[in-house]
Design a protein around this ligand. Structure first.
Ligand SMILES: Nc1ncnc2c1ncn2[C@@H]1O[C@H](COP(=O)(O)OP(=O)(O)O)[C@@H](O)[C@H]1O
Ligand SMILES: [Mg+2]
Length: 297
């Protein structure tokens, strides 16, 4: 098994399924409810585990009930969370998430208390069989330290720009970047995604893509922008699609796929996730993903 370390945010999501998005300060009735672990890096780590990788997660949590619930959820998924740290007296992150009948979502996130930034212990969290790190920008020092360590042993440093990191060094340290559409637009001030990608062409050393929900992925290939369409599925919940995409993409690179193969692998994993309600609970297993790809071929 190849190892992938995910670094960044873990939270507890309270997911409400509604007919339509709340618009006013009124009372709304949800049709469905699920309390499920969330957070970009934690969701990506669950995707890695379900898809057959050796998955570990480095995050920062409070020593509170929410933190305990988050770690229990990760352990149930077979994610090794021992590179994580907990801090007494600090609050862990929680979100309230509304998903409408079309599968679109609205998120209210309480990021938790600001956690100590120190990440030196991550230098030792990269085991010799670890081939990739997937980091989100919610712990920039963690991303920097782990990217440096994985690159020293010739592995991949995958960054989820969602949102954009404040420290540009994090972007420069990545070998592969996949931004969310919203974050790329905010970063560049350019609405059109291919144009936004091209505007960054000369400033970034690594491979660069942007995910655009049901419209798929745009990525830079030299001076051109290429498009990888999303798989056509009946989406009921896109919550965590980007995170599943990033975890699957990092695992695919770690297993030796090229970027085109990794895009297909990750897009399929994310598409299957969208067909199921309940955030990352909808992430497929490797067998489910293989069956889906066989049928799509
Ligand atoms: N409705 C959908 N149908 C099929 N695939 C989807 C759908 N929504 C998302 N995806 C897949 O998941 C990827 C990431 O989703 P996206 O919504 O862009 O991420 P984020 O939630 O981080 O903004 C997309 O590029 C696409 O491949
Ligand atoms: Mg995302």
């Amino acid at each position: 098994m190849v190892g992938v370390l995910c670094v960044g945010f873990a939270a507890l999501d309270h997911v409400f399924g509604l007919d339509a998005m709340p618009e006013r300060a009124e009372k709304y009735r949800a049709r469905t409810f699920a309390a499920v672990g969330g957070g970009n890096a934690a969701n990506a780590a669950v995707a890695v585990a379900r898809l057959g990788g050796q998955s570990s997660l480095a995050t920062r949590l409070g020593e509170d009930d929410i933190g305990t619930a988050i770690l229990a959820g990760l352990a149930r998924e077979g994610v090794d969370w021992t590179p994580s740290r907990r801090y007494a007296g600090l609050q862990s992150g929680v979100s309230a998430i509304m998903v409408d009948a079309a599968g679109e979502r609205m998120i209210v996130n309480f990021p938790g208390a600001p956690m100590p930034d120190d990440a030196d212990h991550l230098r030792h969290a990269i085991t010799p069989d670890c081939r990739a790190v997937m980091a989100d920008p919610r712990w920039e020092k963690g991303a920097l330290v782990s990217f440096e360590a994985i690159r020293r042993q010739g592995g991949f440093a995958v960054l989820d720009i969602d949102p954009a990191p404040r420290d540009p060094a994090v972007i420069q340290a990545a070998t592969h970047i996949a931004a969310s559409a919203q974050a790329l637009r905010l970063m560049t001030g350019i609405e059109d995604l291919p144009t936004a990608l091209l505007s960054l062409r000369d400033t970034l050393p690594g491979w660069l893509a942007v995910t655009d929900g049901p419209r798929g992925v745009f990525y830079l290939a030299g001076d051109a922008v290429k498009h990888f369409p999303a798989f056509a599925v009946e989406a009921v919940d896109s919550l965590g699609a980007g995170d599943v995409f990033h975890g699957a993409f990092a695992l695919a690179l770690a297993e030796g796929m090229d970027e085109a193969g990794a895009l297909r692998f990750a897009s399929a994993a994310a598409a299957i996730k969208c067909t199921r309600f309940g955030g990352r609970d909808g992430c497929p297993t490797r067998a489910e993903l293989n069956a889906f790809l066989m049928q799509a071929a």
